[in-house]
Design a protein around this ligand. Structure first.
Ligand code: FAD
Ligand code: GLY
Length: 382
């Protein structure tokens, strides 16, 4: 997928993935970048996220996906510093670390297993006694039985990240068209040459599909796109505190608390297959409050300041979809980041831009290629 500096790129989707790819392409010297967004930029899943950068806290095992999450997390310090310099927006990268608490027998076993494999792999992780966990975070429950401390699992204020990326686009002449819904990709002789919207046609030398949970709704000419992505709704409630109660992101096996600099504590999250319904529900609020109270009973005295929902983009194996579709030229897909799109944005953007500009290969493109489902089916005879 070679490319010249004067070529133009069309990006469809203005979430964290589309915006981060736009920035990276611009940094690589691509002169004409156009981004189409069906609503307003940065208002969907990327806005709804909790902003955790927690590859180690969430991993039961190593592997290519784990490598990708760690590699992307490790790009964040430079990514945050560059964005501040480029746009003046501080994305509030918070590097205090993450705690993972155990309450039940099963939790204790899991914490033990996670500690064992990560230590063996040489990853930074500490096993804390209950007393040490409470010393680190005095407001956690006295029922805690032990904890893992992941000093290199962090958080970012994802809404500020979106603001920074949007500002980058404005400053650098990336053409953003909001309220522009792409209905189909235009195919000519096996190559994508642009996209049709309700308001007109956009042509480009290369097209990037970063359309999150809505990806499978887009047509490939008159056919369906051979990429299956489903929405999985996630809800969060936010409690308000006058002063910050927790320093770190805190997980249990049932959910998480994310303390923000402005005093809010986000409690997440649900995973619901409800098509494209972004409603918030009372039952989710009750469940999320339960999860929060198990971690820190003092939360019961705090008012719920907000509740929201977003649609995570999910592929059948829960892994990202990155790269081209066999037999279709000039199209790059970057979607299905499911629970980790904020974390994976900097590395996804690099992989996409390197591929589009230099034709560079990557083990992640091999592993997470768009054709893997059909290839596996062919390979297994299913
Ligand atoms: P989106 O942000 O949804 O952006 C896709 C964009 O494409 C949208 O703006 C949409 O309007 C646009 N679009 C779609 N179709 C079209 C079309 N036809 N034409 C034009 N535009 C179109 N990830 C983490 O890393 N850490 C977390 O802590 C975390 N917490 C989460 C908590 C919750 C409750 C949820 C819901 C998600 C969380 N995630 C987290 C996951 C993360 O939010 C997603 O993986 C990520 O936002 C996906 O980014 P995206 O750009 O692909 O999707
Ligand atoms: N990664 C957190 C979530 O998706 O809820």
């Amino acid at each position: 997928m070679g490319f010249t500096e004067t070529s133009n790129v069309l990006i469809i989707g203005g979430g964290v993935i589309g915006l981060a790819i736009a920035r990276e392409l611009h940094k690589k010297g691509v002169k004409h970048i156009t981004l189409l967004e069906k609503g307003a930029v940065g208002q969907e899943s990327s806005w709804a996220a909790a902003g955790m950068l927690g590859p180690q806290a969430e991993a039961d095992e190593g592997g290519v996906f784990f490598d990708m999450t760690v590699a992307s997390r490790d790009l964040y310090p430079a990514f945050a510093a560059e964005l501040l310099e480029e746009t003046g927006v501080d994305i509030e990268l918070d590097r205090v670390g993450t705690l993972y608490l155990a309450f039940t027998d099963d939790d204790v076993t899991e914490v033990h297993e996670r500690f064992k494999w990560q230590r063996k792999a040489g990853l930074p992780v500490e096993h804390l006694s209950a007393a040490d966990a409470r010393k680190a975070e005095p407001f956690i429950s006295p029922d805690v039985r032990g904890a893992l401390l992941f000093p290199d699992d962090w958080q970012v204020e994802n809404r500020r990240l979106l603001a920074a990326l949007k500002r980058y686009a404005e400053i650098n002449g990336i053409e953003v068209h909001e309220n522009t819904h792409v209905e189909r990709l235009i195919v000519e002789e096996g190559s994508i040459v642009g996209a049709e919207t309700e308001t007109g046609t956009f042509h480009a030398a290369k097209t990037v599909l970063a359309t999150g949970a809505w990806t499978s709704l887009i047509k490939l000419g008159i056919a369906d796109l051979p990429v299956k992505v489903e929405p999985v709704r996630g809800q969060i409630v936010a409690f308000q505190t006058a002063k910050r109660l927790f320093q770190r992101v805190i997980y249990s096996r049932r959910g998480y608390l994310v303390p923000r600099a402005d005093g809010r504590i986000l409690a997440g999250s649900t995973s619901e297959k409800v098509e494209f319904d972004k409603s918030i529900t009372e039952s989710a609020a009750a469940r999320l409050s339960e999860i929060a109270l198990e971690i820190a009973p003092s939360i019961s005295s705090l008012p719920v300041a907000d509740q929201w929902a977003g649609l995570r983009p999910y592929a059948a194996d829960g892994l990202p979809i990155l790269g081209e579709i066999a037999g279709i030229d000039a199209l790059f897909i970057a979607t299905a980041h499911y629970r980790n799109g904020i974390l994976l944005a900097p590395l996804t953007a690099r992989i996409a831009a390197d591929r589009l500009v230099g034709g560079t290969d990557s083990k992640y493109l091999t592993e997470f290629g768009a054709d893997r489902f059909s290839l596996r089916r062919a390979g297994t005879g299913i």
